[in-house]
Ligand binder design. Structure first.
Ligand SMILES: NC(=O)c1ccc[n+]([C@@H]2O[C@H](COP(=O)([O-])OP(=O)(O)OC[C@H]3O[C@@H](n4cnc5c(N)ncnc54)[C@H](OP(=O)(O)O)[C@@H]3O)[C@@H](O)[C@H]2O)c1
Length: 335
């Protein structure tokens, strides 16, 4: 099979498409023929060695976490999927490997793909959709009628978060800039604030929940934006957030500041099924703003490295997914 591998940390030039043996599934694994693979900032961060304390020095490594694909084989412990089933999901941790023609994935990290999606659209949603769901529903316990502020709202996680917050019945204020402003409106945000024109200290509203998909949010500035009982959930935590999280749980009820929390997304079959229900109900979609063939993996990594993504960028791998791209696809917004 053709698969992306790299032998050392560095710029996107270290990425190579190699021909390697198709791996075999373990007892509770599924061998997926990958049609498309979503890109995430994590791909570029891991490749350049930004998490090397966690990722170590074992090479070669793969890249790519999200996948849409079909089942071609499975271990003896898998009884509810069969050859040809269409699945979507994402790989946990930092090993990557979905930017390849085949990937071995534990059964619990995937679910059946929502029938209304095509390969490219399906590869765009799992990781960011699950992050937004786990951040808003589990981390923030966002409820109907509450007001949520989303920073990084036009990016992959933010785009999913706007729609999931609306599905939970919340009032959504999105922080975005440039073309991201119309993008957020199109996804259902009640209000969009151009963060390049209005700094957060000048927002007069008060929020029940702040979902931070960017980081670099000074506590002394953002703490003023909360209503009593507010929750601040970040997916891009900084040391101060780690330090203050346990204290804030104790002090928030007394002093009135927000309760802090962070989310490290986990691939859970039940959450992927929940995302599928939202998709099938017409409540969730992910605009794909760029597509790359496997051979352009370097350019694809460079495109997500800057943390200014809008919607999602996808690697198109199989001939079927390539023909979706070539035929035009109304879910795919060509910039
Ligand atoms: N903890 C987890 O489990 C988890 C899971 C997924 C992702 N993440 C992390 O979450 C972050 C976002 O991921 P993503 O996939 O959504 O990235 P993305 O698609 O690149 O989106 C980044 C967004 O941040 C916005 N942004 C950049 N600088 C900003 C600023 N100073 N103020 C306000 N907005 C700003 C960008 O908008 P503009 O272009 O308008 O600036 C863009 O909408 C990354 O750091 C990623 O590694 C964590």
């Amino acid at each position: 099979m053709r698969a992306v591998r790299f032998d050392r940390y560095g710029s996107s030039e270290v990425l190579k498409v190699r021909t390697i043996p198709v791996p075999g599934p373990g007892r509770n694994d599924v061998l997926v023929r990958v049609h498309a693979s979503g890109l995430n900032p994590k791909d570029a961060i891991v490749r350049r060695g930004g998490l090397r304390l966690l990722t170590g020095r074992a090479f070669p490594r793969g890249t790519g976490y999200d996948f849409s694909g079909e089942v071609v084989a499975y271990g003896a412990g898998v009884s509810d999927l069969t050859h040809g089933d269409r699945v979507w999901g994402f790989l946990d941790g930092f090993l990557g490997g979905a930017a390849a023609e085949y990937a071995v994935v534990p059964r619990g990290w995937m679910s059946r793909m929502p029938p209304r999606l095509r390969w490219v659209e399906a590869a765009a949603l799992p990781l960011v959709g699950a992050t937004a769901l786990q951040g808003l529903r589990d981390g923030a316990r966002l409820g109907a009628g509450e007001r949520v502020l989303i920073k990084g709202a036009s990016g992959g996680v933010g785009s999913a978060a706007i729609q999931i917050a609306k599905a939970l019945g919340a009032q959504v204020t999105a922080l975005a800039s440039g073309p991201g402003i119309d993008h957020c409106r199109g996804l259902g945000a009640d209000r969009v604030v151009d963060y390049r024109r209005t700094a957060p200290e000048f927002l007069e509203d008060r929020f029940d929940v702040f979902l931070d998909c960017v980081g670099r949010s000074p506590y002394r500035v953002y703490r003023r934006l909360f209503a009593r009982g507010g929750r601040w959930v970040t997916i891009a935590p900084e040391p101060v957030v780690y330090a203050l999280t346990p204290i804030s749980r104790l002090l928030a009820p007394v002093l009135g500041g927000p309760r802090l929390g962070y989310v490290a997304v986990k691939p859970r079959r039940a959450d992927l099924e929940e995302l599928g229900r939202l998709v099938e109900g017409g409540l969730l979609r992910m605009p794909v703003t760029a597509m790359y063939p496997l051979d352009e993996i370097g350019a694809a990594h460079d495109a997500v490295a800057g943390l200014h993504g809008r919607g999602k960028q996808v690697i198109v791998i199989s001939p079927e997914a390539l023909s979706e791209r070539d035929a035009g696809n109304e879910a795919v917004e060509v910039p």
